[in-house]
Design a protein around this ligand. Structure first.
Ligand code: ADP
Ligand code: GLC
Length: 479
């Protein structure tokens, strides 16, 4: 069975968030099950530098504003899986964030940059671009690849089934209606029953309407997005397609996220967690934090946005500090939140530290050194950091929403008695609710025997891809 994964990011070549982790680890997990999997990526600088042995397969153009586009084939550096790369320097040869220019605004030609991605996917599906390998299923990820199902259904002779995975419905890939001229979309698709969304074109909606099946990255999020509260205006579409919608939980690549092999101060494992204390001290020293605090060290590794509840955390900080705890933050995002955390660090230098930036290896040091990882999200399609934290014996403190609710078991009398607890959960997206749970976690930290037990259980949780890859395979076979 030949499966083509279409996406804009892939770890370790181009990453702005969890999408890259998933696209980097799901295809190899499927290949391990015997599927013939390839990925299709835009030729961003990180991709061109990282793919091994790129060779041209076909030249096309002019298309989407680029005079010449070369479709090349190479191999992914770690898994050795085949990767098609769209070489279109005019559209993709830009350093930095894949979606946003240096001025902080989306690139003005994003409709063409990602329209081309979907268009090439459809033409690979039809066999026109590489007759040697024609996919049986096209699996498109998030709005960037949302036009792939639309272009496939536009070709009456083409019956390739498509799976569209929603990683985050809040990013709907919206462009002015006039753009349709440059995308070659027919008028009959530009209606509210098609990919029109409030007078604009939505690439996300295109994926939702024209794919054969829709998946989201956790079962809870699949239910939530059918409601107005979480549906971002697309809940009606979700309900219409309810019988084709399912949630498959993301997995973790434990070869990457492993405290026994990560580059941290002192590697450790569930059988011997002593190294974790050394990692904590090293992290405190690295950031000039006191090593004498009586409370736990809380960490954040996240985009600093309201989705992630970072404003709630800033508001709860006084409570956290009153408990004698510490906070360390790694992230980038909204300017006012960045400034808020910077200010908090400047007035509490012994107990609050912030690194504004994106740093993959530092994220491992945070996971290893912290006692508790905070993920107080307003919504969370899956969330990966809580899964990484579990494996690093860092108890997640999360809001009961989306994938967070599906992966963390709250510490309470029942779960402790049943030997199930792995972290802390709160319900309301409100400062006092988060503050109260922070206080509870600090109190529980005081009981080191109980803490160690929960910590070990957390480390033994298995969120590897095996199960989830099997569910995707079942879906492909059903199609
Ligand atoms: P999202 O994709 O919504 O941002 P996820 O939890 O699914 O959330 O994935 C976030 C990914 O990005 C994780 O791999 C996390 O470790 C990583 N990450 C987020 N912010 C940073 C940062 N500032 N530095 C390094 N890694 C980060
Ligand atoms: C999105 C979501 C996140 C999810 C990730 C990978 O970025 O916000 O919850 O884990 O995609 O699927």
């Amino acid at each position: 069975m030949r499966i083509l994964h279409v996406a804009s990011e892939i770890f370790p070549l181009v990453k702005t968030g969890g999408l890259a982790d998933v696209v980097g680890s799901l295809p190899p997990a499927l290949a391990k099950r015997g599927l013939d999997v390839r990925v299709l990526l835009p030729g961003l600088p990180g991709v061109l530098n990282g793919i091994v042995g790129l060779k041209p397969v076909m030249q096309i153009g002019p298309v989407f504003g680029a005079a010449v586009v070369t479709l090349s084939l190479g191999k992914l550096p770690d898994s050795g899986l085949h990767a098609y790369v769209i070489e279109a320097p005019f559209l993709y040869q830009r350093e930095g964030n894949p979606y946003v220019g240096p001025d902080g605004h989306d690139w003005s030609d994003n409709h063409r940059r990602f329209g081309l991605l979907g268009w090439v996917a459809a033409h690979l599906a039809s066999g026109e671009l590489d007759p040697v390998w024609v996919p049986g299923v096209v699996h498109a990820h998030d709005w960037h690849a949302g036009l792939a199902p639309a272009y496939i259904t536009q070709n009456p002779g083409l019956k390739t089934p498509t799976v569209f995975t929603v990683h985050n419905l809040a990013f709907r890939g919206m462009f002015p209606m006039e753009c349709h001229h440059e995308l070659g979309l027919p008028m009959r698709k530009l209606t509210p029953h098609g990919l029109e969304f409030h007078g604009k074109i939505s690439f996300m909606k295109a994926g939702l309407v024209y794919s054969s099946r829709i998946t989201t990255v956790s079962p809870s999020y699949a239910r939530e997005i059918c409601t107005p509260e979480f549906g971002c205006g697309l809940d009606g579409v979700m309900r219409d397609r309810g019988s084709d919608l399912s949630g498959i939980l993301n997995g973790v690549d434990y070869a990457v996220w492993n405290p026994a092999s990560a580059r941290i101060a002192s590697p450790y494992s569930v059988d011997d967690v002593a190294g974790k204390k050394i990692c904590k001290r090293a992290l405190q020293l690295e950031f000039g934090l006191s090593t004498e605090a009586r409370g736990p060290l809380f960490a954040v590794v996240s985009r600093l946005t309201s989705q992630k509840g970072m404003d709630l955390l800033l508001a709860s900080l006084p409570e956290l500090l009153r408990e004698g705890a510490q906070l360390i933050v790694l992230g980038t995002g909204d300017g006012d939140l960045e400034a808020g955390f910077r200010y908090a660090a400047s007035v509490n230098p012994e107990n609050v530290a912030v690194h504004i930036g994106y740093d993959e290896s530092m994220s491992h040091r945070f996971m290893a050194g912290a006692d508790i990882l905070l993920v107080p999200s307003r919504f969370e399609p899956c969330g990966l950091t809580q899964l990484y934290a579990l494996r690093y014996g860092t108890l997640p403190l999360v809001r009961r929403v989306g994938g967070l609710a599906d992966t963390v078991v709250d510490v309470n009398d029942d779960s402790l008695a049943a030997d199930k607890a792995t972290g802390f959960i709160f319900d309301d997206a409100a400062r006092h609710a988060l503050g109260a749970r922070i206080r509870d976690a600090c109190a529980f930290y005081g009981n080191q025997d109980a803490w160690l037990k929960v910590q070990k259980r957390a480390m033994l949780q298995d969120f590897s891809w095996d199960d989830s890859a099997m569910h995707y395979e079942e879906l492909y076979r059903a199609l």
